[in-house]
Ligand binder design. Structure first.
Ligand code: MN
Length: 206
């Protein structure tokens, strides 16, 4: 059984950048739905129920054809949101002068240029999907990318450092069609402490 991860803050804690109703529906309906649907998809596959969502997403091609798409969508939804909740915190946390800021400066020229490129990836993703800052597992380099639906970079050899959900369910109640405003506001609640820590461990384990 895959389980729903507890949210570490209340639904209204990310206001005014993300409203309480959006958080409630996003967490208790959309995210919980992915986890439930993953359990349903794998109910006849006890050996797959024992795997981690990471393992399932890395090994999509080895899955039975009958469940591959359901796992891609729902294990993806589980994994992506679990990370997303932790990548935000009330009031945000600033990025200190650690290894991640150095790597961002080296790769993108400056933190501001990184933000522009990341925002462009988030804005230009057509339809539902995610914008990502990832580490390529072979080169160890930072990259910005986006993916459709609940696809995750882990399925193509890249580890997530930072991710932004740009599905309409993540912002539509408050921002309606103004995805760019949601993206601009989101920087105020990024938990850079968590993201820096995650980057540090990812790079160490390459
Ligand atoms: Mn979502």
């Amino acid at each position: 059984m895959f389980k729903i991860e507890q949210l570490l803050y209340s639904y209204d804690a990310l206001q005014p950048y993300i409203d309480a109703k959006t958080m409630e529906v996003h967490y208790s309906k959309h995210y919980a739905g992915y986890v439930n649907n993953l359990n349903i998809a794998l109910q006849d596959y006890p050996e797959l129920q024992l795997k981690s969502v990471e393992h399932l997403l890395i090994n999509l091609d080895t899955l039975p054809a009958a469940v591959k798409t359901a796992v891609q969508n729902n294990a993806g939804g589980d994994y992506n949101h679990k990370l997303f909740w932790q990548m935000m915190t009330p009031g945000g946390k600033s990025l200190g002068h650690g290894s991640l800021l150095s790597a961002i400066d080296t790769k993108f020229g400056s933190f501001d240029q990184f933000k522009v490129q990341f925002e462009n990836a988030a804005k230009s993703r057509f339809g539902s999907g995610w914008a990502w800052l990832v580490v390529d597992q072979v080169t160890g380099q930072l990259e910005i990318m986006s993916s459709a639906n609940q696809d995750n970079p882990i399925s193509i050899g890249k580890q997530v450092v930072l991710g932004l959900d740009v599905w309409e369910h993540a912002y539509y109640l408050h921002y309606q069609n103004r995805r760019a405003d949601y993206i601009a506001a989101w920087w105020n609640i990024v938990n850079w402490g968590f993201v820096q820590e995650r980057y540090y461990h990812l790079v160490k384990s390459l």
